[in-house]
Structures are given as structure tokens and as C-alpha cells.
Design a binder for this molecule. Structure first.
Ligand code: UDX
Length: 459
């Protein structure tokens, strides 16, 4: 099938490259010429393991352009995957979505095109995009003057994305489910057809991303527009509250002398609960959980409905960041003038994404209390310097620069490099060898044998 993807961020690029890999003819449109040039050269503008390899494998079916007129005409499906950043009041800023929808409408030229909202958009946006498409299409001079213009129908659908950064290719090729939503059965049929190779898992996986043994077929949830839109928010909020729940229990575990790792394992083995997303620590960050839980609460408030559970998940998550600082303060007593090292700036490993990263908040809280902060990240350093120039002096390119004369280090991001670190080499560099395990992943006995004073988040 012929596919156009508007926007080459995490979601758009992964969608476009994966669909091309599956054999569809894909054109990716992005207004950023620099990005398009990079992608044409086979280079990936984001850090995502495997993406450049997949890009190379999918290249014969892939075109990159800045022009809607090159991508939209003739497309069976147009995915809109532009950014929807948070406006100052927390609501998603839909400027880019509006402008993308208007541009798509100017180029539609096929007997039937499904326009898919792939960005995470507020519930009800499907209808809003539909209205923009129709208004914009109706004003097209080329069609108004051409009495014999070919019939051109279109319909809006939602197809939420559940990929995790750092695992984008795996999650796209071997998803737990595919959700499509539209109020037009024909649109659902087109999307069902588009995703057949994934649903039936009939494709040969890329060599670097073998098919997991338990993936034989992928369930399809084919539903109405509003339900598909709500599924995305409800899923992310549930994952966020699962993490906040284990963090809340973790604090109680610390108080009663229980081991949160054992507790999490003990509850996670109940198949009704499941063991994933029960890893305690400094909590969640990233582009989705914070933004989506906020947007869900905002949508509910439009209906004068409170969502205390979702709100609590947010509050507990923020509190974890503060608890990290409290733990250091209660150990060191005085934070003013202390040097604190933070290992990891990215919101999670295998990405250079810094959005809502716990490390940024923790660093700022520490600086506000007069501490001297040194941050390190194996990958995200350059991006950090670009996006947070005012904090750049706090970045150290070397681990020595972090540990040297340091009063405490906090493991904030679970990068493999930190887990495999020869910690014994660094203990002697520190002024006081305190380590706060912000991800609950270090072996306490081993760290203590090496001479560290080990602190967990749970106290
Ligand atoms: C998330 C969802 O998983 C994905 O389905 C959705 O489409 C986008 O949002 P992502 O933000 O890429 O994906 O990261 P994810 O792997 O979910 O981790 C989110 C945050 O939660 C990270 O900061 C991670 O460190 C933290 N986390 C995750 C925990 O603190 N504990 C856990 O048990 C799991």
C-alpha cells in the first residue's frame, strides 16, 4: 500500500521505517530540511538502537521529502505524527497538528485516504482533525474550479502508538496489540489490511531484531475513534500508576523494614498484577507519562470529573524526586557546598531523551539547596548541552570528573555502563563514598564490600 507519514520524530520515523520494511511504499514528510537530508543519507536524527540498520534495509521502499505534495497524493494512509508539546498550562499545543492537517488537506488526491492521528492527541482530536481537513479541503481552489475532479474521500482514524524509546523497533514489529479506531468501517478495513503482516507476523524479522519465541500473532483491537484515543491515555496512566504504586509501597517497606525488591517480586508473580513496571526508584520521566497523565486529568476536568488516582500517581512520582534529595540530606546533614554526582541524565537508558528526566529535577533541587552538582551520561551529554545550556557547566564528560572529591553519587539512570562499572576503582576518589541507588539495581553487599555506604530510595 502507499503510505505517507508526516513528522519524523520517534513515532513518525519508527512508523515510516517499519512500514517500509514490511513492504509498503512509504514517503516521510518533514519540514525540517536538515533532518530530511540526514535521513536521505541513511543517518538517523535520533538515538535509537537498530534504527539506522532498519533504515538501510527499508531504503528501497522509503522516500524522505519536505513536500506534502510529494507524499500525500495517492496515499492510502496518511499518518500524522507531529509533535504535540505541552502548552504553558499543561494542555497539548495542537498548533503543529492543525497546520499538518491543513497541509494534508491541500494535497489529498485519492479515491479514499485514511488520515491517522498517530501523535498522542487529546481525546476528541479525531473529530477536530476531521473538521480541519474538511474545512481546508473545501477551500481548495484547484478542486473548486475543476468540475471533473476525481472523487476524493477521506476519513480520520486513531492508531495510538505504544512504543518505548530505546525499544522502538522491537515494540513496533512485535507489539502486544494494535489498536485502530474510526467511526468509518472502510477506514478500519484499510488499516486492518495495512497491518496484516504485523498481525499475522508473516514477515521475516531483521537479523538484529529476531522475533520473540512467544510472538505468533498480534491481537487487533478495532474500535471507535473515542475509544482508541482513550486507550492510549488509559494505558500510559496505568503504567505510570503501577510505578508510583511500587514506589509508594517502597517507602512503607523502608519504614517497616521490608525489602521492596522481594515485595515487588512477590506481588508481580500474581499474573493478575504482572511483574513489569514494578521497578522502584526515583520514578518515571519521559515524554509520555507526565504529559499524558496531565492531559487525562485536564480532559476529565472539562467534564467536571476528578481523577484522584491519576493525580496521586503524579504526586507520588514528584515526591520520589524530592525523597532522593531528602535521603542525601539526612545522610550528609548539610547539602550546602557538598559535591553530589548524578549518574545518568537521560530519563531512561538507551535514549538521549531528556524530557521530564528525574535527573534534571534532582539536580535543580540539589542546586537550590546549595550543593555542587556534577552530571554524567554516556550518550545524552551533547543533547543536554544543547537543550540546557544554563546547566551545561554541571556536566562532566568523564566519570572521574563526577567521582573526584565527591560527597555522594546517585545512580539516576539504569545505563548498562553504570551497572557494569568497576565501582571499586572510584571509591577512593570520593570524599565520602556514599552511593544512593536511585534505581534499586546495585548489589548492596557488593557495594559495601567495596567500601561504599549504600543508600536505597526506601530508607
Ligand atoms: C512509555 C510507554 O511505555 C509507551 O508504551 C508509550 O507509548 C510511551 O511512554 P517510554 O516513555 O519510552 O514509553 O519509556 P518506558 O520504558 O515506559 O519508561 C518510562 C519511565 O518509567 C522511565 O523513566 C523508566 O525509568 C521508568 N520506569 C519504568 C520505572 O521507574 N519503573 C519501571 O518499573 C518501569
Amino acid at each position: 500500500m502507499k503510505v505517507c507519514v508526516v513528522g519524523t520524530g520517534y513515532v513518525g520515523l519508527t512508523t515510516g521505517v517499519s512500514l517500509a520494511f514490511l513492504g509498503h511504499e512509504v514517503t516521510c514528510v518533514d519540514l525540517d530540511q536538515e533532518k530530511v537530508d540526514m535521513l536521505r543519507g541513511g543517518r538517523c536524527p535520533i538515538y535509537e538502537p537498530g534504527m539506522e540498520e532498519l533504515l538501510a534495509e527499508a531504503a528501497p521502499n522509503l522516500t524522505f521529502t519536505t513536500s506534502y505534495a510529494e507524499g500525500v497524493p495517492g496515499a492510502d494512509v496518511v499518518f500524522v505524527a507531529v509533535q504535540t508539546p505541552s502548552a504553558p498550562d499543561g494542555s497539548p499545543d495542537l498548533r503543529y497538528l492543525r497546520s499538518a492537517a491543513e497541509s494534508v488537506a491541500q494535497s489529498l488526491d485519492h479515491d479514499f485516504t485514511v488520515v491517522v492521528n498517530k501523535s498522542t492527541v487529546p481525546i476528541g482530536s479525531g473529530n477536530w482533525v476531521d473538521a480541519i481537513l474538511r474545512d481546508s479541503f473545501a477551500t481548495r481552489a484547484d478542486r473548486a474550479q475543476d468540475q471533473d475532479a476525481r472523487p476524493c474521500e477521506f476519513s480520520v482514524a486513531s492508531n495510538p502508538e505504544f512504543l518505548r524509546e530505546g525499544n522502538a523497533i522491537h515494540d513496533t514489529l512485535f507489539p502486544d496489540r494494535i489498536v485502530i479506531g474510526s467511526d468509518n468501517p472502510r477506514a478500519l478495513e484499510v488499516l486492518n489490511h495495512l497491518y496484516r503482516p504485523l498481525i499475522n507476523q508473516t514477515f521475516t524479522p531483521p537479523t538484529f531484531q529476531p522475533r520473540p519465541d512467544d510472538t505468533t500473532a498480534v491481537p487487533l483491537v478495532s474500535t471507535d475513534l473515542a475509544s482508541a484515543e482513550l486507550i492510549k491515555y488509559a494505558a500510559n496512566a496505568f503504567l505510570a500508576l503501577k510505578i508510583s504504586y511500587v514506589n509508594e509501597i517502597g517507602q512503607l517497606a523502608g519504614k517497616v523494614g521490608a525489602d521492596i525488591t522481594e515485595v515487588a517480586r512477590g506481588i508481580g508473580l500474581d499474573q493478575r498484577i504482572g511483574s513489569r513496571f514494578l521497578e522502584p526508584g526515583v520514578g518515571w520521566g519521559g515524554s509520555c507519562f507526565g504529559k499524558d497523565t496531565k492531559a487525562l486529568i485536564a480532559t476529565a476536568s472539562e467534564y467536571k470529573y476528578d481523577m484522584p488516582i491519576v493525580q496521586a500517581a503524579r504526586d507520588v512520582n514528584q515526591r520520589q524526586r524530592e525523597i532522593a534529595v531528602e535521603r542525601l540530606q539526612s545522610e550528609l546533614r548539610i547539602l550546602k557546598g557538598r559535591k553530589i554526582g548524578l549518574l545518568g541524565v537521560a530519563f531512561k537508558p538507551n535514549t538521549d531523551d531528556l524530557r521530564d528526566s528525574p535527573a534534571l529535577d534532582i539536580a535543580q533541587l540539589l542546586v537550590a539547596r546549595g550543593a555542587r552538582v556534577k552530571l554524567h551520561d554516556p550518550i545524552a551529554g551533547d543533547r543536554f548541552r544543547r537543550e540546557y545550556p544554563e546547566m551545561a557547566p554541571h556536566l562532566s564528560d568523564t566519570l572521574d570528573g563526577v567521582f573526584d572529591d565527591c560527597d555522594a553519587v546517585v545512580l539516576v539512570t539504569k545505563w548498562a555502563q553504570y551497572l557494569e562499572l568497576d565501582w571499586g576503582k572510584f571509591v577512593g576518589l570520593m570524599r565520602t563514598p556514599i552511593v544512593l541507588d536511585g534505581r534499586n539495581v546495585l548489589d548492596q553487599d557488593r557495594m559495601e564490600r567495596l567500601g561504599f555506604r549504600y543508600l536505597s530510595m526506601a530508607g
